[in-house]
Write a protein that binds this ligand. Structure first.
Ligand SMILES: [Zn+2]
Length: 385
């Protein structure tokens, strides 16, 4: 099949005008041609780009769409999630998950980093319609987190037992956040596999740093309201990131999610210690919960490994990578579309270590192709291949 459009983005940059993509029947890219093939090609309006990579999502929380009010701040948000997450039937949860998965497919998402506290998304992985890296998320803020780690291993093992001939299915055990995972649990996660991808909710609220710097603030109040004895915890006097980054070996690629309160000193420190650091932005969730975006110009200047996630429907109105890019573009008009599309495709594929298959329109890869129309107006994205 031959396809073309007024603009084609290959995942890294715009291709020359008049370029034509040739794909095989199984949608593998065979070649990129010049204008000599234009007359034989199917012409699409707008932009053609590789399928989107959603680096951070919690598909299992899809049933919580619209349950939690916006702009409460992180701590009240978390309290509401804990309160509401379990009051649903299995059928309600299954239906919501299926609808959310279909929504991601419709919006051109071809690969996902899925955060899991359960094995609820096994059927979506088995469908063979999307590449998955499932992050089995460990939570436990105490001195002896053996039980919590054991549970994360169980979830991991069920995902690891699932195989596919056609799609990438991978998994790793990861910490939820610095305020919900103790040093001891970080060390167990660190030792599970030396080179596993570690994804973590990082500096999503100012209170997280307050806990690490002074053992004060709203997160500490949250812990005590949950009956968690934090006597074992000693503040480091440094930000959360500058503390826990030393608890993970540099062999682990890191995906730091949110980064709403990350500073220049944090960026410099973590990049000095860790070779592979990806900054995953979930702007619509940030606006939903904290009504504030990270300093993206700062991340852009010091770290060009930025990728995009939707987070879950408990803190978002939709699961659309293009909707996330629109939010960034509205507040950061200085960032051009080529850069934003790169974050949404190639950088995401590298963050999830899937760049040999998706993220770029290149001979031999099978990235899926998305048509984006009216990117500066009433934008829309849909999968064409
Ligand atoms: Zn999240």
């Amino acid at each position: 099949m031959l396809l073309t459009a007024p603009k084609i983005h290959d995942g890294i940059h715009w291709l020359p005008d008049g370029s034509v993509i040739e794909t095989a029947d199984d949608s593998t890219i065979i070649a990129i041609h010049g204008a000599e093939k234009l007359s034989e090609a199917t012409h699409y309006d707008g932009i053609l780009a590789p399928g989107f990579v959603n680096v951070h999502c919690h598909l299992e929380l899809s049933h919580m769409k619209g349950m939690i009010p916006e702009h409460t701040g992180l701590v009240p948000f978390l309290q509401q999630v804990m309160q509401h997450r379990f009051g649903f039937t299995d059928e309600q949860k299954t239906t919501a998950r299926e609808q959310a998965f279909d929504e991601m497919l419709r919006n051109g998402i071809v690969a996902v980093g899925d955060i899991c506290n359960t094995n609820d998304t096994l059927p979506q992985r088995a469908s063979g319609q999307m590449h998955f890296h499932s992050f089995s998320e460990a939570i436990g803020f105490n001195e002896m987190p053996t039980k919590q780690f054991g549970y994360a291993v169980q979830v991991y093992d069920a995902f690891a037992a699932q195989q596919s001939d056609t799609h990438i299915l991978r998994q790793s055990i990861v910490p939820h956040a610095p305020y919900s995972v103790s040093y001891a649990l970080f060390k167990l996660i660190n030792g599970h596999y030396a080179d596993s991808i570690v994804s973590i909710h990082n500096q999503e609220s100012a209170a997280e740093d307050e806990l690490y710097i002074k053992k004060e603030g709203a997160v500490r109040t949250l812990l005590s309201s949950l009956g968690i004895d934090d006597a074992f915890f000693h503040p480091s006097g440094k930000s959360s990131l500058q503390t826990y980054m030393r608890w993970l070996d540099a062999t682990h690629p890191l995906i730091l999610v949110h980064n709403t309160y990350t500073t220049e000193a944090d960026i410099t420190a973590v990049q000095r210690l860790h070779e592979h650091v990806y900054w995953c932005l979930c702007p619509n969730a940030n606006m939903y919960i904290e009504n504030r975006l990270p300093d993206i110009n700062l991340l852009l200047r010091d770290a060009n490994n930025i990728c995009i996630g939707t987070d879950s429907l408990s803190s978002n109105h939709q699961l659309s990578i293009l909707a996330e890019l629109q939010t960034i573009k509205a507040q950061y008009p200085n960032i051009d579309w080529s850069t934003l599309l790169r974050w949404a495709t190639w950088n995401g594929a590298r963050a999830l270590q899937m760049q040999h298959v998706v993220g770029k329109i290149e001979e031999g890869k099978k990235p899926g192709i998305v048509q984006i129309t009216d990117i500066d107006g009433t934008w829309n994205a849909r999968r064409v291949i």
